[in-house]
Design a protein. Structure first.
Lengths: 178, 245
């Protein structure tokens, strides 16, 4: 990332190649259209290249940081246009048609990691999982989610918090201890 | 609302914020509070790693090969310009005191880390020179349209239409500048920038603004995000520009 910040195009290309499949998968999952997903990815990666966003170690790995940028750009695209009205691609559909094949041990490990996260999400009570899916992958605000589900705003916020706390218990290593 | 009630509401908003599910105005309030509220920062620190992991739940998918090529073509072009600018590209002679602030902003615009920004403008200028399109019949008073180039937003677009000394900018596809902020226009002539009118966009990302300064003799018109009410000097890097050369 240091080389990318110094304007090294080859270093940037390595970053692109390592994370493009995950980034495109996220953008497509959120926007539901390949064209919009391409625009989101181009916007996010060029923003990274032009140093408009700086790698924040507090956000974890480079991968999760880059995916965070992609997520933000996808949210912008969803809220800016009428993409919310379009059919959203289901995870199952993407797996069948586009999923990148495993090539290396690293990618096998990543697929396992993705499986863990999906499991943690699917193990949530349905009402908690639903609001987190709508917020994170659908790009809806909590007000919109409350309207959609016909629930009070406080209930929606509470479900988000409970759901994330429950997932935290499954996914995040406890601090300190053995 | 009592302090306790307000704090409870802020804590309740933490999960929505890390999921990017707060509307812009609420997000701005929340982010301002994060600067000083330790308990809130701790709550965010607990929840944000989990939200970040959600991205991994989306299955990977191979994008079209052309996307990689498109991105790298832009990157390589800008990297070449960065290299051509050389190691001294960001060294500027000490400015006179009254001009110091504006020159520092211009230094940031044209300095090395932002040479890719200049490169983008350069690409736009290469395309844009002579593209100033005459929109009506000849002689004085002809409308001329200049494309507005956005640095990091491929979906945004716009035009600067000049009519003699007057000008108006129209934009589409722009995101909201954020709560408490506006877009501001700057007219650049001989490396000096003059503040101009502010504007915002509607929910469809559309907006327009008539410039109050003349663009006669100006080389560029720039747009940046500024605090509500505008600024006398730019406080952020420009997000868009148009060349009048």
């Amino acid at each position: 990332m240091h080389l990318v910040r110094k304007g090294d195009a080859r270093a940037f290309e390595v970053v692109v190649e390592r994370h493009m499949s995950a980034a495109f998968g996220l953008a497509y999952r959120m926007t539901g259209t390949r064209a919009t997903a391409e625009d989101v990815i181009q916007d996010a990666l060029l923003s990274l290249w032009r140093a408009n966003t700086r790698y924040d170690r507090a956000r974890g790995s480079v991968r999760t940081w880059i995916l965070g940028i992609v997520h933000n750009r996808a949210i912008d695209a969803l809220r800016r246009g009428s993409v919310h009205d379009r059919r959203r691609a289901s995870d199952e559909g993407i797996e069948e048609r586009f999923e990148a094949p495993d090539r290396t041990d690293v990618e096998v490990a990543r697929r396992e990691e993705a499986h863990e996260v999906r499991s943690a999400l699917s193990e949530l009570p349905p009402d908690q999982g639903k609001v987190i899916e709508l917020a994170y992958f659908g790009g809806f605000t909590h007000v919109e989610i409350a309207d959609m589900l016909g629930e009070p705003l406080g209930t929606i916020k509470g479900r988000m918090r409970l759901g994330l706390n429950k997932m935290r218990g499954s996914l995040v290593a406890p601090e300190g201890g053995s | 609302m009592s302090d306790r009630g307000r704090n409870e509401e802020l804590m309740a908003n933490a999960a929505a914020w890390v999921l990017n599910a707060l509307p812009d105005d609420e997000a701005a309030v929340f982010e301002a509070e994060l600067q000083t509220n330790t308990a809130l920062r701790e709550e965010v620190a607990r929840l944000r790693p989990v939200a970040d992991l959600l991205a991994l739940a989306a299955p990977s998918a191979d994008p079209p090969p052309a996307l990689h090529g498109r991105i790298m073509a832009i990157v390589e072009r800008e990297a070449d310009l960065l290299q051509a600018a050389g190691p001294n590209a960001d060294i500027v002679a000490a400015p006179s005191q009254p001009e110091a602030e504006r020159r520092r902003w211009l230094d940031r615009v044209f300095a090395r880390p932002l040479i890719p920004v200049l490169a983008t403008f350069a690409v736009a200028i290469v395309i844009g020179i002579g593209v100033g399109v005459g929109l009506s019949g000849g002689g004085g008073g002809k409308d001329v349209s200049h494309p507005v180039t956005f640095v990091a937003d491929a979906s945004a677009g716009g035009d600067l239409v000049t009519h003699g000394k007057n000008a108006e900018i129209t934009v589409t596809g722009m995101p909201s500048p954020g709560a408490g902020h506006v877009y501001q226009v700057w007219v650049m002539k001989d490396k000096k920038v003059t503040p101009d009118n502010v504007f915002t966009v509607n929910r469809s990302g559309e907006g327009s603004v008539a410039l109050r300064n003349t663009v006669d003799g100006a080389q560029q018109v720039l747009i940046s995000v500024e605090p509500e009410g505008g600024s006398q000097q730019p406080t952020t890097t420009p997000i868009a520009s148009t060349s009048l050369s």
